[in-house]
Write a protein that binds this ligand. Structure first.
Ligand SMILES: Cc1cc2nc3c(=O)[nH]c(=O)nc-3n(C[C@H](O)[C@H](O)[C@H](O)COP(=O)(O)O)c2cc1C
Length: 258
């Protein structure tokens, strides 16, 4: 049986959810492993796989920095590995898949297919809680994932692997201010002490070590370490963390929405 690896980075959990849907689609046909880039076994050899699915959230019109860093650090594979690339996005993925496809080719990972999935926006939900559509995934997400997987499976029937780099989307120029600001500005995470119950969920879920317990057992924040994934805000059961000094969020993504 052929072996497939599903690799993802997920800031909050949309990308993880899509990766797990892909796992359900592929596991009846292939020997399939799934890993987050944050918990990748050190001895993992990518050369043992026949195919790859690789997913990341769109962050400021680019692949998530963590996924980019992973790809940059990866050693070039010995043989070409066909891959389905996917991104999740709150509105649109701009050229994130194109940027990432080019990075993959340098590592001998051949993007035979690329697909974006619109999911609940993890940033917009914090800034515009009144807009319900920012809290929802695209319609027919399951079907779209199944379709992408089945056409990826079909590529295994052919011997020749052909790289397909997504076209440059001209309208993504409209997103350049967002892209520029995102790369150069880092937002502060504020704690609303009156709401905090010191449960430590934010500290436990921070992938960057930007939150640590202070002397009073509140989460203390180090801006320089923060990756602005907002996982801490979405995991706070009391809405005690926010992007605003004055207001705590009205809504975050929770188990009902993701
Ligand atoms: C800091 C930040 C920047 C984002 N930038 C974009 C963007 O430029 N375009 C977009 O469509 N979605 C953007 N999003 C939304 C995420 O791409 C989207 O919600 C994604 O599904 C999150 O996946 P995750 O839960 O796996 O992290 C951004 C989210 C964050 C936290």
């Amino acid at each position: 049986m052929k072996r497939i690896i599903i690799l993802y980075h997920s800031g909050v959990c949309n990308t993880k959810m899509v990766a797990e849907k892909a796992l359900n689609e592929l596991s009846p046909h292939f020997n399939t492993d799934i890993f987050s880039v944050e918990a990748l076994p050190a001895c993992l050899d990518f050369n043992q796989y026949d195919g790859m699915i690789i997913g990341f959230p769109t962050i400021h019109a680019s692949p998530s920095p963590r996924m980019e860093a992973f790809m940059k650090g990866l050693e070039r594979l010995e043989k070409p590995l066909p891959a389905l690339l996917f991104s999740t996005c709150g509105l649109y993925s701009a050229n994130a898949l194109r940027i990432f496809a080019k990075m993959c080719i340098l590592k001998n990972i051949i993007p035979v297919q690329s697909q974006s999935f619109r999911c609940a926006a993890t940033d917009g939900t914090l800034l515009f809680p009144q807009w319900n559509f920012l809290f929802t995934h695209e319609k027919k997400l399951d079907e779209k994932v199944a379709k992408a997987c089945s056409s990826f499976i079909n590529t295994f029937k052919f011997n020749a692997i052909k790289a397909r780099i997504p076209r440059f989307k001209l309208y993504s120029i409209l997103n350049y201010p967002n892209k520029f600001m995102g790369k150069h500005l880092k937002f502060r995470i504020y704690l609303h002490k009156n709401k905090c119950i010191k449960c430590g969920q934010c500290i436990k879920n921070c992938p960057a070590g930007a939150l640590v317990q202070d002397q009073e057992n509140y989460p203390g924040f180090t801006k320089e370490k923060c990756e602005n994934c907002y996982r801490c805000i979405h995991h706070c059961p009391k809405l005690a963390l926010s992007l605003s000094k004055k207001k705590s969020p009205l809504r975050v993504l929770d188990d009902r929405t993701i």
